[in-house]
Design a binder for this molecule. Structure first.
Ligand code: PEP
Ligand code: MN
Length: 361
């Protein structure tokens, strides 16, 4: 990115950071009622959490879902602040949200992944924040794996005079089946850290994992990779949550996670070898997801061939595909033998999937 001054950024100090633990921001995906907001906040405060999160304006991918309680949730967050002394954080996506949140003295505003992907929205929010240097802004990565969009959003806040801001890695949307809800593509936050070494970098294992059981291992991974802290969704009754129910954990589960968390010092996030290995892991995840997609298409073809009494193996088609793939591999600098072996193995598996359909379904 040209014109970036993000390498000048200094880390932010969060309450609670003086302890052994990293920065911990926890709270429900959404504030749903005053009772749920306060019950969860009390339980989190009791286990030592100092920064509380709750969304009140919820950007949902599809209409018709729970879209947040809106402005009334601000007074619940104020009650959390008064009663527990925790700092409070909520997501803002429009200028109106920013005004309302600033009026309500919300301490931390976070920008959601769908908003970071839109430079117009970011610029409007940044303009609205001019002159409000006291507020902390956390910028989640955009939904798509585009580091420049993320950097661009951070730069817009920096240009607007915000000095207390940080980035939150919450994974990236991607096509195909993945174990995680949002593909982590760790090399992207690692590259962000390399470009802006002083900037506070948090990980949101809840939105990466999408399921409760992934939150703990992903949190440890983030610590091992040198992230400064975690934003974790925690709800007093996760099974009843109106949004992101599957990924929210109870305050008790959060306590056990934090007790077990091993925080290592001096693991440089920009460690060259770790970065390269992470990229290899990312490639393997992508390869497996693509292979799974390819096999499901093969099964679909198997069903079509069965319905139309066609032969499973069509030699002419196979020869054409092999020749085309080897040529393509050559253009990409891949060894011919290697391409041939891979395509053969994939083809064999496709045939066996189709035979399976023919014989068993
Ligand atoms: C959230 O934090 O609840 C949220 C909507 O996150 P994201 O923007 O990462 O999807
Ligand atoms: Mn959520």
């Amino acid at each position: 990115m040209t014109g970036s001054t993000l390498n000048e950024i200094q880390p932010i100090n969060f309450p609670g950071q003086e302890s052994r633990l990293p920065i911990v921001i926890a709270g429900p995906c959404s504030a749903e009622s005053e009772q749920q907001t306060l019950d969860t906040a009390r339980a989190l405060s009791a286990i030592g959490v100092k920064v509380y999160r709750a969304g009140i304006w919820k950007p949902r991918t599809m209409p018709g879902g729970f879209e947040g309680v809106g402005d009334q949730g601000l007074s619940w967050l104020q009650a959390v602040k008064r009663e527990t002394g925790m700092k409070v954080a909520t997501e803002v996506a429009t200028v109106e949200h920013v005004r309302a949140a600033l009026d309500a003295e919300i301490d931390i505003l976070w920008i959601g992944a769908r908003t970071t992907a839109n430079p117009f929205a970011i610029q409007n929010i940044a303009d609205e924040l001019q002159g409000h240097g006291q507020v902390t802004v956390l910028v989640k990565n955009p939904v798509n794996p585009d580091l420049d969009l993320w950097l661009g959003a951070l730069q817009r806040f920096y240009n607007a005079g915000i000095t207390r801001f940080g980035a939150v890695h919450r994974g990236f949307s991607s096509a195909g089946a993945h174990i995680y809800r949002n593909d982590p593509q760790w090399h992207i936050p690692f590259e962000l850290r390399r470009l802006a070494p002083g900037m506070t970098l948090l990980c949101d294992p809840s939105h990466i994992g999408g399921k409760r059981e992934f939150v703990e291992p992903l949190s440890q991974l983030a610590m091992d990779a040198g992230f400064d802290g975690l934003m974790i969704e925690s709800h007093c009754c996760p099974d009843e949550a109106l949004s992101d129910s599957a990924q929210q954990i109870t305050p008790d589960a959060l306590k056990s996670l934090l007790d077990k968390l091993v925080v290592r010092s001096g693991v440089p996030i920009e460690d060259e070898l770790a970065l390269l290995r992470q990229q290899i892991d990312d490639c393997d995840h992508e390869l497996l997801a693509v292979l799974a997609r390819r096999m499901s298409i093969s099964r679909e073809i198997g069903r079509f061939k069965k319905a139309n009494s066609l032969r499973v193996v069509q030699p002419a088609r196979y020869q054409d595909v092999m020749r085309a793939r080897i040529d393509e591999g050559n253009r990409l600098g891949l060894d011919e033998d290697f391409t041939q072996r891979i395509i053969q193995a994939i083809h064999e598996e496709s045939v066996s999937q189709q035979l399976d359909i023919l014989n068993n379904s």
